[in-house]
Design a protein around this ligand. Structure first.
Ligand SMILES: [Fe+2]
Ligand SMILES: [Fe+2]
Length: 282
């Protein structure tokens, strides 16, 4: 059996340190749990798409964790896939290169508890960048060679309610790239799809596959993306073995459940990056 801890959406920044204490509490707890590996499912930064310092800061912050760490980027790290939440921060070659030069890669693969664990860059899906094609080919190779159950991690969930939903929303992978990804997964032993981004926790099954939303360690959103989701902070423990998978949300003692609207002055500041600076520890 292998135990993986999932941390999502910590939203770290050297200039806007709202959630730094939450990050420190989270790392203490995860180190006590001593998992076999840690997955960080994106949004490590607040303004990663436009800040070298921020991406470097997030990479350095991972050094507080003692277990091997596998991270994939989110929209706050490399920019959104089009059309996106913020037209000024769409993923492009230089934003992707910034992440890759600091983190080494924007995807991962490792074995744990008799499973294959894969992570992909959700922000490439529908981006039309050459790196999207490259990632597709890599995923096809991985899935084609998978003789064991697979857990697939990415920042954005594939859907809100239904795999067939047709609306474009920045909350999920868009319908066209979702359909392409689902075709790739069709005959592959992918049993669990794990995502972040929505800052709430949900665990549902669609077409024999489990879709798990990892909660954030940073802040709650005003309205959870689904009324059945748990609007809570925390981390996930995932146990993988020949018998299957066990997923549990765990509270982290001392985390402060910041309210996004309150932080942004109830709309006075559109984005957290617009807020007056408040470095970690200030
Ligand atoms: Fe986030
Ligand atoms: Fe996100």
């Amino acid at each position: 059996m292998a135990r993986i801890i999932v941390i999502s959406d910590p939203h770290l920044s050297p200039t806007h340190g709202f959630f730094w204490d939450n990050w420190c509490r989270t790392c203490e707890m995860v180190n006590q749990l001593a998992p076999d590996a840690v997955i960080v499912s994106g949004d490590l930064c607040i303004n990663g798409p436009d800040s070298d310092a921020e991406v470097a800061f997030a990479r350095q912050a991972l050094g507080r964790l003692t277990a091997p760490v596998h991270a994939v980027p989110g929209n706050h790290d490399v920019g959104d896939e089009p059309p996106g939440q913020d037209a000024g921060q769409i993923i492009d070659a230089s934003r992707l290169q910034r992440w890759r030069s600091v983190f080494g890669a924007d995807r991962f693969a490792f074995d744990a508890g008799g499973w294959r664990v894969l992570g992909i860059n959700a922000q490439l899906l529908g981006s039309d960048l050459p790196q999207e094609e490259e990632q597709d080919a890599w995923l096809d190779r991985e899935l084609g060679a998978a003789a064991r159950p697979v857990l697939l991690a990415l920042h954005k969930p594939l859907f809100l309610q239904s795999l067939a939903e047709s609306e474009e929303t920045e909350r999920t992978v868009n319908p066209a790239p979702r359909a392409r990804l689902l075709r790739r997964l069709r005959n592959a032993p992918v049993q669990v799809v794990l995502s972040g981004h929505l800052h709430c926790h949900r665990d549902v099954v669609r077409e024999d596959r489990r879709h798990v939303w990892a909660p954030s360690t940073a802040f709650l959103v005003p309205e959870p993306a689904d009324s059945s989701a748990d609007n809570v902070l925390g981390i996930l423990s995932i146990e993988l073995s020949a018998e299957g998978v066990r997923v549990e949300r765990i509270d982290v003692p001392g985390l402060v459940a910041y309210d996004l609207l309150e932080l942004k002055g109830h709309g006075r500041y559109k984005y957290l990056r617009d807020m007056p600076a408040c470095p970690p520890g200030s």
